[in-house]
Design a binder for this molecule. Structure first.
Ligand code: KMH
Ligand code: ZN
Length: 270
């Protein structure tokens, strides 16, 4: 069966700066314009981080609200808030935007080295974010950066600390997390229960091969600048759209339809 391909686009992230990636959208209008372009190119989910007026990563409820409104003025899509924030953001701040009741939000399933820093997701932190996700009735995307996080996920399910339904995103290739070879992806997908929806977010050079594997396997994909700034080795991508358009061409060649926003809501049962 040809399950339409859900494309999620991480537009901005929390770590990038204009020094590293000059075309980075930063202001609410720039982020909303980038969202509209991404949806026009085939994305149905926007993975959202926002920035303050100095361009710094922020979990401000006001800024999330403003950007959400601006995106909704421009297009219909599933807006997925980051509860990861930037490395070092405290848990209360990470949870704060959930009070706006986004359609989706992320939940990272463990602590890890994140390049030179530590991305903290202790059991207490995961529990607190999961509690807020349930409180505001948000559909979670559980982010798996390493193999052992599948064990944590299963423990949380057993203890009924997670909502009954969730989507799983394998975020592979972060320096300090699990690598992003086909072998890594297969090990992870073998642990999935039947009918569990999943996607893969390949970081850096893993983005292109991993999205290709996931399209062929019947999974879904995340593709955008937060995860990878290059179109080809040494050549910066022009935009999120350029990366999405290539993924759409690959999907077309592999006979996968692209999910509309409505298809994505149906597949995820939102
Ligand atoms: N910025 C990373 C440390 C998420 O959005 O849920 C965490 C992150 C995860 O980006
Ligand atoms: Zn993110």
């Amino acid at each position: 069966m040809n399950i339409p391909l859900i494309i999620s686009c991480p537009l901005v992230g929390a770590e990038l700066t204009r020094d590293i990636y000059p075309n980075l959208p930063l202001t609410p209008d720039e982020i909303a314009d980038a969202a509209k372009d991404a949806v026009g190119a085939g994305a149905s989910i926007i993975h959202l981080h926002v920035r303050d007026k100095d361009g710094k990563p922020s979990q401000s409820v006001e800024i999330f609200k403003e950007v959400t409104e601006k995106i909704k003025e421009r297009c219909d899509c599933i807006i997925q808030y980051s509860t990861g924030g930037a490395v070092g953001t405290d848990v209360a701040e990470r949870c704060a935007p959930l009070s706006l009741k986004p359609e989706m939000a992320t939940l990272s399933m463990g602590t890890m080295n994140f390049a030179e820093e530590i991305y903290e997701n202790s059991f207490d932190t995961i529990t607190e974010i999961a509690r807020n996700i349930q409180k505001y009735n948000v559909f979670p995307e559980l982010e798996i950066f390493d193999y052992g996080m599948m064990d944590t996920l299963e423990k949380f399910v057993k203890k009924e600390l997670l909502p009954e339904k969730f989507h799983i995103d394998f975020v592979l290739g972060v320096p300090g997390g699990m690598s992003g070879t086909i072998h890594d992806l297969l090990m992870l997908t073998q642990r999935l229960s039947e009918n569990q929806t999943w996607s893969v977010a390949g970081v850096g050079r893993f983005q292109l091969p991993l999205l290709t594997h996931a399209i062929a396997m019947g999974g879904h994909i995340r593709v955008g600048i937060e995860d990878n700034i290059y179109y080809l080795k040494g050549e910066l991508a022009e935009s999120n759209t350029q990366l999405i358009e290539r993924a759409v061409r690959i999907a077309n060649e592999l006979d996968r339809d692209i999910a509309s926003v409505e298809d994505a809501r149906n597949i995820l049962e939102l």
